[in-house]
Design a protein around this ligand. Sequence first.
Ligand code: FE
Length: 286
Amino acid sequence: MSVRRLQQVIQSVPTSDGAGVKLRRSIGSQRGLYVDPFLMLDEFSTDNPDDYIAGFPAHPHRGFETVTYMLDGHLLHEDHLGNRGDLKSGGAQWMTAGRGIIHSEMPQQREGRMRGFQLWVNLPAAEKMKPAWYRDIEPREIPQVTLGDGGTAKIIAGTVNIAGEATDGVIIGRTTEPLYLDVELPNGAPFRHAIDAGHSAFIYLYEGVLQVGATEDARLLQTRCAGVLSSGDEIAVAAEGGAARFLLIAGKPIGEPVVQYGPFVMNTHDEIEQAVRDYQNGVLTA
Ligand code: FE
């Protein structure tokens, strides 16, 4: 087994999106700063309603998937297909925009904490124009496993193997084979897990400090940074100086050109122009 090293650190930067929601963007914060097939990762974390109350009113997407995972708070998703999904603390939502979806994501609280993540997962050319798909994931549906040396992992997507026992997450069998784990480690606890050698992988650390890599060449990852991992077939991390909480995200690279214009992610400029025209003409989702 070869252990993946911490290859690149992407510090999250404050930004705003939707109708003025304050968030921190790491992957996707600059043009070209993506980890194929992952285009963007936003963290929102605030106790101040002014930071989230305006929400994300109706807006389109085409060509990729969005994964929203809530730690705290309550958002309501509504889309043009008539899906209504309450996203509550501990819940998630996997949405494949495909050829087009128009949706809103609005806070259902006027005070209190709003905390969670939105990840954008690209689709291969062959799937960019497929029909939209939506899956609401209740907190109780997300499998949680206890790790050998302490700590827990919630499995939103992919499969975890602990002591020879495999546990499937909610989302499996997609083309990009995503692994999406929410891991919590007590102080000093290590976590090792195999990751397909051909897959891209990164960690987003949202609490604590994490030692990443094999002991002899480990590097520290700081809070609110994305750590992109080198090639290898295993990850090894340990919580350093306190408990740590992080997302471990991996998937199969698509290896195609990425042309992004706001909420549309296609392979060519012509396809982007088509998406804009389709939206203007009211046929994005048709
Ligand atoms: Fe959206």
